[in-house]
Write a protein that binds this ligand. Sequence first.
Ligand SMILES: NC(=O)c1ccc[n+]([C@@H]2O[C@H](COP(=O)([O-])OP(=O)(O)OC[C@H]3O[C@@H](n4cnc5c(N)ncnc54)[C@H](OP(=O)(O)O)[C@@H]3O)[C@@H](O)[C@H]2O)c1
Length: 279
Amino acid sequence: MTPNATHHENVLVLGGTGKTGRRVAAGLRARGRHVRIGSRAGEPPFLWEDRATWPKALDGATAAYIAYSPDLAAPEGADDVGAFAALAVELGVRRLVLLSGRGEAGALRGEQAVRDSGADWTIVRASWFAQNFSEDYLLGPVLAGEIALPAGDVGEPFVDAGDIADVAVAAFTEDGHVGRLYEVTGPRLLTFGEAVAEIGRAAGRDIRYTYLPVDQYGAALAADGVPEEVVGLLTALFAEVLDGRNAHLSDGVHQALGRGPRDFSAYARATAAAGIWTP
Ligand SMILES: NC(=O)c1ccc[n+]([C@@H]2O[C@H](COP(=O)([O-])OP(=O)(O)OC[C@H]3O[C@@H](n4cnc5c(N)ncnc54)[C@H](OP(=O)(O)O)[C@@H]3O)[C@@H](O)[C@H]2O)c1
């Protein structure tokens, strides 16, 4: 029998202030679910690196959205997520929705840990988020007018964080999503150069994309004061997943929601109209 999704009322949203988590939290609240934000700024605070903070954050929760930070593919990612999922189940959580990444070995290990937890799980395995250009580390370069990355001519099907959140909210609030893995992408492959050109057109600005070899990219990040472990993660990510393995579309948004994903141009137009790319 399909578990009744309406029973899962108290949702702990990890990464609940981030690109997907805050949208998941808003969507769940709009559907009358009780939401607790799990992050360093949450009340009580939740820190991945301090397991003593986990039980309080889980107190009373019946479901949890897991967006790992900094990246599920980080060396400790799968271990942390597995330990969290096991504790959650022990403390009475039945429903877990995991945000995962596409094409990374570490992300696959994290997915397996959630499958093994004994909870009713759903996995949302996502391509690169469009919102990296407006809510994360690529916003500064867009505002500066130049994005230099170790991404060549490979196509990436950028997905909108709003679509990821819609899939997660559906998983928590509708029947039929338990035991499903949704690989979610946008509807179109774009190179990073093409994505930057769309942003420039939408923002009415001249924004350049430059290819940078991965070692030079790492050196530039370090020179900007980016912490060593983040430099390591970002360079490994660019080196690992932009080799063509992800240059194809997947229909997870349609499978989960019965509608197509939002196109990058719609994201670019809306973000430009909101003034986010106006220096
Ligand atoms: N970005 C992408 O393109 C992409 C693509 C596919 C998959 N993913 C996956 O998405 C997940 C989330 O990444 P994201 O880039 O989207 O980040 P994000 O969710 O936008 O931001 C990080 C979130 O985690 C919280 N956080 C940061 N450090 C924390 C810590 N030490 N302990 C607890 N919470 C912490 C932050 O809130 P506080 O600052 O309040 O702690 C924030 O809510 C990753 O596992 C990644 O693998 C990302």
